[in-house]
Design a protein around this ligand. Structure first.
Ligand code: SF4
Length: 308
């Protein structure tokens, strides 16, 4: 199956993009593995005719918006995102009507309909910078992740209107705490990977509690560089557990532990090798954002890609 996938990929001039939270086999066969910002950047610059997106639906939509001339397919259409689903376009239009003139800042985990109503799309690594760049007299609507919103509010000192959305992975496990890990791995470095709503409450805590002050917050590439170069031999990581696969590959002599082993996004794990094979063979399931919607959603995404 691996050989066939590679052969079809060449034949169709396809590229396989995989998110850090995908199962190891998918990460291993992908041309590029990264976070949602990295994957969006790859989708924008690829020369491939076909993008096979091994991630969740809003990410494939983002690829379709920024590369409308390419065919984008996802191996399972049911791979959704509870955080993206926590606000609809209609709900945002109503919220905007209650706050005329407000600037809308949306985390990238949103549907195309919500992006089309957005002024700035952000990732957790540039959310603070974007909010700080908005004139002080402007009201801001921040959505959908309430923890990321509270984090940005705490660090920037800027009052935000925050949508009360959350990711089910985070809700399922409750508060991630490093307390147990500190007992078991006293010499470890503590890292937060703020890619998704599953770890943004940890980011918020790191601003509030003294016993969190030695925790590092990193993007994917920052985290990989850190584990390769830091003197520590052990690392405890707060985020979806899929990222540990890449870290183990990049720093095979070091040890990695999840802060909570239940931090698993079932949506990401829906993409299997069998589904990837079928997807490439039959060129299913296409994710195509209608051009009028894509046109409105493109500007906030471009701003996200520019402000890093
Ligand atoms: S971990 Fe949460 S926020 Fe990230 S893709 Fe899964 S459901 Fe969405």
């Amino acid at each position: 199956m691996i050989e066939e996938i590679k052969r079809m990929k060449e034949e169709k001039n396809a590229v396989i993009l995989a998110h850090n939270y995908e199962i190891p086999e998918i990460q291993d066969i992908a041309d590029f593995v990264g976070d949602s910002l990295g994957l969006a950047q790859q989708a924008a610059k690829t020369n491939a005719d076909l993008i096979v997106f091994c991630g969740v639906h809003f990410m494939a939509e983002t690829a379709s918006i920024i590369s409308p001339q390419k065919k984008v397919i996802i191996p399972d259409l049911d791979a959704g995102c509870s955080l993206a689903e926590s606000i609809t376009g209609d709900q945002l239009r109503e919220w905007k009507a209650e706050h005329p003139g407000a600037v809308v800042v949306s985390y990238v985990n949103t549907t195309a309909d919500v992006k089309a109503e957005t002024d700035y799309c952000v990732t957790s690594s540039n959310a603070l910078k974007v909010v700080q760049s908005i004139p002080a007299d402007k009201e801001i609507l921040f959505l959908p992740d309430r923890f990321l919103g509270q984090y940005v509010q705490a660090v920037s000192g800027r009052k935000l209107n925050i949508w009360q959305g959350a990711c089910h992975v985070h809700e399922k496990i409750g508060d991630i705490t490093f307390d147990d890990a500190r007992e078991k791995h006293p010499n470890a470095d503590y890292l937060i990977h703020p890619e998704c709503g599953c770890s943004s409450s940890c980011m918020l805590k790191s601003t509030m509690y003294d016993n969190c002050k030695d925790i590092h917050i990193f993007s994917t590439e920052g985290m990989i560089n850190h584990v390769k170069t830091a003197p520590a031999e052990e690392f405890v990581v707060a985020t979806e557990t899929g990222i540990l696969h890449r870290m183990k590959k990049e720093a095979p002599n070091k040890k990695f532990y999840p802060a909570d082993e239940n931090s698993v996004c079932e949506y990401m794990k829906m993409i299997t090798m069998e589904k990837l094979y079928k997807s490439l063979k039959e060129e299913v399931y296409e994710v195509k954002v209608p051009e009028d919607l894509a046109e409105r959603a493109r500007l906030p995404i471009q701003r996200m890609l520019e402000i890093v």
